[in-house]
Design a protein around this ligand. Sequence first.
Ligand code: LLP
Length: 421
Amino acid sequence: MDHFDYVNGAMHVEQVPMTEIAEAVGTPVYIYSTATLTRHVGVFREALSRLADPLIAFAVKANPNGAVLATLAKLGLGADVVSGGELLRAIAAGIPASRIVFSGVGKTAGEMRLALEHGIYQFNLESEPEAEMLSEVALSMGRQAPVAYRINPDVDAGTHAKISTGKSENKFGIPYDRALESYAAARDLPGLDVQGVAVHIGSQLTDLAPLEAAFVKVGALIGQLRAAGHDIRTADLGGGLGVPYDPSLPIPPLPAAYGEMVTRVTSGWNVRLMFEPGRVIVGNAGALLSRVVRVKQGAQAPFVIVDAAMNDLMRPSLYDAWHDIRAVNPVGKRATANVVGPVCETGDTFAMHRDMDVVQAGDLVAFMTAGAYGATMAGTYNSRPLTPEVLVSGGKWAVVRARPPIEALIEADKIPDWVRD
Ligand code: LLP
């Protein structure tokens, strides 16, 4: 459920008309709803309410905006970070280091040092060479790093290939079958305190079965590790729960069903459970608002050319992702259209042959479910400045990231004298 609703025929975000934001800030612009964020955190937490003290570490990569992170920090969430940059943004937004876990296959020594200085809760290691490097860095600082190994359970998440992470051919984690050896080697590294096991098999999962299969493997491994003398105290079950994008498809499992499955599968594990949800918290809490530049006749269907492009919302180009596209002031008629951006690539296409509200030049359209992996993946291709972001709460709203002037792009380039001469 979200808080993007039509009031008197015009789409509002909570109590704010989208047209008001478009006129004040311009388009394209990302808009987030605080009430939706709050609701999703509540639903996710409620789903896990039968677990003792779970750590819900929001996957910062899904939406690293400081105001969004600060909202989630106030609601008590931790953070799952994958770079020094994400770590510093989470801390700047008020998320305590004691609730931060560091994931990712390529942590550098500098990032490890930074995370150790801040005293994060856990490093999720993804290889033996990484374990060795972290041990050395920690020792050089007179510390011990709290670690888990991310295991690769060789489970097919059944999602898009580019966002599947738990098959043996994927780059993530240590092979399940070698886990006991990897843990034994880690125990001998004096800079590490081996405390847990982690897993994350992919994103936008619409079936609980692969998650359950992976968690069952984690449970079995915890037993084997304890039998081998490891003191396993945490289990990080990652993120991955899907959200509804296309209203004509069955809705993915709800957090309540996920929580019920997790509670059943993990009973008796006797660990602190950790979770890294991203999309399920922020996905439906955001929309990308854009204006129709013009409508052009096409061979099969009209092309609706909007002022947002693949650089603002990359998911359709990158994963053929489906986002609902709604008129902000629908006239009550529907027709088939192609929705495209102005970037000079055929891939800059949001939808083909889409049955949608009829719109014309100057109308506003909203790309729904754009709160996760939207603004965070934006770039400046075609010299288009980064998309601004707005946060709404009830009847108030604020720009939480301004649209940079084009001069910022121009001035960032330095032209050496010997080029000019
Ligand atoms: N934990 C780890 C280690 C991850 O790699 C990810 C996402 C998450 C948690 C959060 O997953 P979520 O709950 O959001 O599914 N850009 C793609 C999604 C990439 C996901 C990468 N990892 C998209 O737009 O669909």
